[in-house]
Design a protein around this ligand. Structure first.
Ligand SMILES: [Zn+2]
Length: 406
């Protein structure tokens, strides 16, 4: 079998419970479901931050935000000593291209490392929402040009779709209804159908591997908020994940163990047969011997994310919320010392804080979180924003994305 082309697809804000392959009651994603049936579904996948840039930085490097140094939306350079998935793809002989679609993922994040072509969204690119992001049509045009010119080498392409991000702007529908509509119309019918028809025109879907996930979910007013970024409850941290790979990954199968975005880099490295040059906390998702006693970390800094104060974004003051979970329990620790503990098996929506009724679990999870923080670089490699970057135009674009509340 020839080396498959690999498409890494990240769909901004997509919750797994709105995808048919993860929830039989959801019937909004026929194209996506058919594609997902080619691979293994990871029903318990989590991201490491509830908003775009830190989440993608962790996914691309196989390291938590503690080590990538990307903890906010802008102004932080991803730790350049960490290899990226795209660099491993190059090592495996792939031609690589990245289509990030939103300016908060532009190459000044350092996430372009390893991509032969990286298509920034900037003021010169026609876009919606004040130059913040592009819908799938122009992204697909650029993707198709890349595939049309690609030679005989296999291709590794990353496409990040932002099309679902603005579902809440429709004032005529309740949020959950407009979200569901956009999952069908934008994600499934436009993004996924368009993607597959382009691949069919230039390469082969049958000789393609797909890794499909989301950077985070969406609150939809669970825990009183809309949007994402406010907290680390599962409405925003749980994400869909499917990996398909002709000849190597079983089709139409499910894996219900805890899976993490940091596991994608070592998993892809194994599938490609390349060495990872540095130690990563992630493990190969298809190696069940590594899965025992696994935990995952997530953090959020809503005050520093949402406040309009430029000073707050220049100097990252440390995460405001930190969380560690295993397959059953999740500990959430706030900067003011407040603690929450949830039994995800009995209480998946995290309504009943068990920190006072499960003291042993609380102690064990606290010890585990402290050990993790002590053992990582806990990088605050915050690149100071220069005055140009913190211009009125940038502030306007962040506001247009819904991230600055003034
Ligand atoms: Zn996002």
């Amino acid at each position: 079998m020839t080396t498959p082309d690999v498409y890494l697809i990240t769909i901004d804000c997509l919750r797994p419970d709105y995808v048919g392959a993860f929830n039989r009651l959801a019937r909004m994603t026929p194209t996506l479901d058919a594609l997902l049936s080619r691979g293994t579904i990871f029903s318990q996948c989590v991201s490491h931050a509830p908003f775009t840039t830190p989440s993608i930085a962790s996914l691309m490097t196989g390291h938590y935000p503690l080590d990538t140094g990307v903890r906010l939306l802008l102004g932080q350079l991803c730790n350049e000593s960490l290899p990226t998935i795209a660099q491993l793809a190059q090592q495996a002989g792939y031609s690589t291209a990245g289509f990030p679609s939103a300016f908060i993922l532009n190459s000044d994040t350092g996430l372009q490392r390893g991509f032969d072509l990286y298509r920034d969204i900037d003021d010169g690119v026609s876009s919606t929402r004040g130059g913040c992001w592009q819908p799938c049509a122009p992204i697909h045009d650029a993707f198709e040009r890349f595939l049309a010119d690609a030679g005989r080498d296999p291709v590794f392409c990353w496409l990040h779709y932002f099309d679902l991000h603005d579902y809440h702007l429709d004032q005529n529908l309740p949020h959950a209804a407009s979200y569901a509509r956009d999952v069908y119309e934008k994600v499934d019918q436009q993004c996924m159908r368009g993607l597959l028809s382009i691949i069919e025109r230039h390469r082969s879907v049958n000789n393609a591997a797909f890794v499909i996930t989301a950077d985070h979910g969406e609150c939809l007013y669970q825990h009183g908020q809309r949007g994402h970024g406010w907290h680390v409850y599962d409405s925003v941290i749980r994400v869909p994940l499917v990996i398909s790979w002709p000849g190597k990954v079983r089709a139409d199968s499910s894996n219900h163990q805890l899976a993490r975005h940091i596991d994608l880099l070592p998993t892809l490295a194994k599938l490609w047969g390349v060495e990872i040059p540095t130690i990563t906390p992630g493990v190969d998702l298809f190696d069940s011997t590594h899965r025992a006693d696994i935990v995952s970390y997530a953090e959020a800094s809503p005050r520093q994310l949402f406040e309009g104060d430029a000073t707050a974004r220049k100097m990252f003051a440390g995460p405001e919320i930190q969380s560690i979970r295993n397959e059953r329990f999740k500990l959430i620790r706030h900067e003011d010392g407040r603690i929450e503990l949830y039994d995800l098996m009995l209480d998946p929506h995290e309504h009943h804080d068990r920190s006072s009724t499960e003291p042993e679990v609380l102690a064990a999870m606290t010890t585990r979180l402290d050990a993790m923080l002590a053992s990582t670089g806990n990088a605050s490699r915050t690149r100071a924003l220069d005055t140009e970057q913190e211009s009125a135009a940038v502030r306007e674009r962040l506001h247009a994305l819904g991230y600055i509340h003034e």
